[in-house]
Write a protein that binds this ligand. Structure first.
Ligand code: SF4
Length: 361
């Protein structure tokens, strides 16, 4: 049973206080991806604590769990400072806020909050409200001890980000406090009677369970449609260009969140026997794959005079796992530059890149 102010939803209610009430009206159903994530967490917990591995453990789950445990062990702290999957009440934020961090540890003035994500979508460690809620839950347990800094760690084996699958955000205790204060204000507003809805922020509408019924998102999507029809001078000066791109990105986010919410609603309606005019449900087709064991199809193909048994060369990552020396891999591999894309600048990241701490900003 989730708390009313679940840390996992904090990346939403941390920006939109109204989302708490609206989400409660439209509870999320557990998707296959969520079920897989739950299983992967059970595997990680079992390996981290030396318990029996779950029977449904896949190789990918085991490898992901190893990456997560390596990230924790890289701190070189005694094993007894680590706590896995312990519920914490984040009363520093609100009596209704509490959840279960994947792992936390405290040693020599440093608190580490680690989060293991098995999904593909990028999760930033920087100013991650879910992890900040967990920190708010752990801090009172360290009462009386000197806390200098907090390190947030996100381990995401399936996300191929340029910063790698293990990403960290280190912040001083003093610089963390304004984030906790902000979440407290949002929490009080969320459960205080007349919360406001906000589509501005960090894509909080994208997975909001109430997005199909949200008046603020609906208005924002309509505004986006209207704005896309507005005539503008063809050549914009750079400052105007930047503003226009940001406005269009916000509009695009609002439109896709609204559209996906409406599509989900239509899907549920058709499945429950209430047709939606002009729409139907049909099965997509997956990637073509063998329906029989590989050695069986190899023999079948051989009978037809075709050799399909030769495996393709392993990738550098697979070769590393198979034991090929790192130096050899480095010499014979390359990472081609990716497609150039325009990305928004995160002020925290910019400050980090230029060596400024939070307090210097
Ligand atoms: S859809 Fe967006 S604006 Fe509406 S409640 Fe959800 S997070 Fe808030």
């Amino acid at each position: 049973m989730h708390a009313l102010l679940a840390p996992s939803a904090a990346p939403r209610w941390g920006y939109c206080a109204g989302s708490v009430v609206l989400s409660a009206l439209f509870p999320d159903h557990q998707s296959d991806a969520a079920k897989e994530g739950h299983d992967a967490h059970e595997v990680a917990f079992a390996i981290a604590t030396g318990r029996v591995r779950p029977k449904n453990m896949t190789r990918e789950m085991e490898e992901g769990a190893r990456l997560y445990i390596d990230a924790i062990q890289s701190f070189n702290w005694p094993s007894n400072v680590w706590h896995f999957e312990e519920h914490t009440d984040a009363h520093l934020i609100h009596p209704e806020c509490g959840g279960t961090p994947d792992a936390w540890g405290f040693h020599d003035g440093t608190l580490v909050i680690a989060d293991y994500k098995f999904g593909h979508g990028f999760v930033d460690a920087v100013e991650n409200y879910q992890l900040i809620c967990y920190a708010a839950g752990v801090l009172p347990k360290l009462d009386g001890q000197q806390i200098d800094r907090v390190v947030f760690v996100v381990v995401q084996p399936r996300n191929f980000h340029r910063d790698g699958p293990v990403r960290k955000w280190e912040v001083s205790y003093r610089d963390l406090m304004p984030h906790i204060d902000h979440l407290r204000t949002q929490a009080e507003e969320a459960l205080g009677g007349a919360p406001t809805f906000s589509v501005d922020g960090s894509k909080q509408c994208k997975y909001c369970p109430g997005r199909h019924a949200c008046p603020a998102l609906q208005q924002s999507a309509y505004d986006a449609c209207e704005r896309s029809d507005t005539s503008l001078p063809l050549v914009l000066a750079p400052p105007a260009l930047a503003l226009e791109i940001k406005a269009m990105q916000r509009a695009s986010d609002a439109l896709s969140a609204r559209l996906s919410g409406l599509e989900e609603q239509a899907f549920a309606s058709i499945r429950s026997g209430k047709p939606v005019p002009g729409f139907a449900i049909e099965n997509g087709v997956g990637r073509l794959d063998w329906a029989v064991p590989v050695d069986q199809i190899v023999k079948v193909a051989a009978a037809f005079g075709v050799d399909i048994s030769k495996p393709a060369a392993l990738t550098p990552t697979q070769a590393a796992k198979a034991g090929l020396d790192d130096a050899v891999i480095k010499q014979y591999s390359q990472r081609p530059a990716g497609k150039i894309k325009l990305v928004p600048v995160n002020t925290s990241r910019a400050a980090k890149a230029f060596g400024k701490s939070e307090s210097e900003k």
